[in-house]
Design a protein around this ligand. Structure first.
Ligand code: GLV
Ligand code: MN
Ligand code: MN
Length: 412
């Protein structure tokens, strides 16, 4: 098959979707299940319907658009997410969904009816910024959490997930766990610096590193910033800052690929002349090596207890997300690499540093991912950028990988 996607159409859709929830600096903010997320979803659903696809919404708000194949049986699925972080760019997630749509449009415009059905999905709340955990919609799709438990999740702004899903009109009727696809492939920007630094065009993604998120709350004593001698203080702000410093030190001690982030920090009362009596922060730990990640969690927990005891503050910890490292299916990784090379692209095999819906689909069916470079490795930032030539290359690789999976018996 010698088909090519229409790069101009794909890029113009990326830009149009990027204008929904635009932040005025080139980026967009469509936190999961907000009005902006709904507008983004509605736009993509309109495009899916315009193409004549059968569009269905499931009980957690995942949207699947199906192109019927020549034979019955489970579809070859692709997709990603259209929610973003508050400092999102226009590519993260959106590229995978719109490329999937582009692949289906390319096939239908050429009159190609694939042997197996093909479908493109966008999954609810991949980012996890508003409702933890991340990859929530695909986790529920894969049966890793019940819809009832998911509905009861509470957002950082106090909203209940089930209520928000109904409010934006995406509480659908398809059951979860969902249909087991024949295979799943997701195109995504790398969001890290490796492909760009090595001037490589396609990443054949080998897996996703393990993720551990927790929330830590300290309770000390509000007190006067001028009159309270240092050894009288129970400073929840100091305890929180010490955790951030300890998290950085932990990455130095463990070395390798260990990363640690304190990305959210609240101090109360958050005033210049009051010792903070309460604080809440998040710790994000990730590692490709599951055993080292467990060691990082253990060391972090011990440090948090020591910090609380030294400062005389109470501490509570709550797990927000916990996913082991995932290996993608060798046959899909090989197929991505082979297809990219046949199209004349340089290819690198690499693990993903970010979480992705593909890691949840990997629980159900042979799964894999295609990466394209992120300029400067910048992501979760309005400046996130991928060269249009690389967008086109990635979407064409996706087209041919999916078409092969739909036609051939590569995955028995
Ligand atoms: C979510 O996609 C993450 O990697 O934080
Ligand atoms: Mn993403
Ligand atoms: Mn993201």
């Amino acid at each position: 098959m010698d088909l090519r996607i229409d790069a101009a159409r794909l890029l113009s859709r990326l830009e149009e979707l990027g204008r929904v929830g635009a932040t005025g600096d080139g980026g967009c903010a469509r936190l999961a299940l907000t009005d902006e997320d709904r507008q983004g979803r509605d736009l993509v659903v309109t495009w899916m319907r315009d193409l004549g696809l059968d569009v269905q919404v499931d009980a957690i708000g995942n949207v699947v658009a199906l192109l019927e194949g020549r034979e019955p049986g489970p579809p070859v699925l692709c997709g990603s997410h259209v929610d973003t972080v508050a400092t999102g760019g226009i590519y993260d997630g959106n590229l995978g969904v719109l490329s999937g749509l582009e692949v289906l449009e390319t096939l239908t415009s050429a009159g190609v009816v694939p042997r197996r059905s093909m479908a493109v999905a966008f999954f609810t709340d991949e980012e996890g910024s508003r409702f933890a955990p991340d990859m929530l919609g695909s986790l529920v799709y894969a049966g890793g959490m019940t819809v009832e438990d998911a509905y009861d999740l509470v957002a950082i702004d106090g909203a209940r997930l089930g209520d928000e899903l109904a409010r934006i009109g995406y509480l659908g009727s398809l059951p979860c766990p969902g249909l087991v696809p024949h295979a799943y492939v997701e195109l995504h920007i790398e969001q890290g610096p490796v492909l760009d630094a090595h001037h490589e065009v396609i990443g054949a993604v080998t897996g996703v590193q393990g993720i551990s998120w927790q929330e830590v709350r300290f309770e000390g004593q509000f007190n006067h910033a001028g009159t309270t001698p240092m050894d009288y203080r129970h400073d929840a702000g100091f305890a929180a800052a010490s955790v951030a410093v300890a998290a950085r030190a932990l990455t130095r001690d463990l070395g390798g690929h260990q990363v640690a982030t304190v990305g959210k920090l609240d101090l109360r009362p958050d005033l210049v002349n009051v010792v903070a009596g309460r604080s809440a922060l998040t710790v994000d730990l990730r590692n490709t090596d599951g055993a080292v990640l467990v060691e990082a969690e253990r060391a972090m927990a011990a440090e948090i207890e020591r910090i609380a005891s030294d400062e005389g503050v109470r501490v509570e910890r709550r797990q927000l997300a916990r996913f082991d490292p995932v290996q993608f299916d060798d046959r899909i990784v090989d197929l991505v690499e082979k297809t990219a090379r046949e199209h004349g692209h340089s290819v690198r095999r690499l693990p993903s540093g970010a979480g992705h819906d593909a890691q949840m689909l990997a629980r159900l069916c042979p799964s894999g991912m295609v990466f394209v470079p992120s300029v400067g490795g910048v992501s979760h930032n309005p400046a996130e950028f991928t060269d249009p030539v690389h967008v086109e290359a990635g979407a064409n690789v996706l087209l041919h990988v999916l078409h092969r999976l739909a036609e051939e018996d590569i995955v028995p």
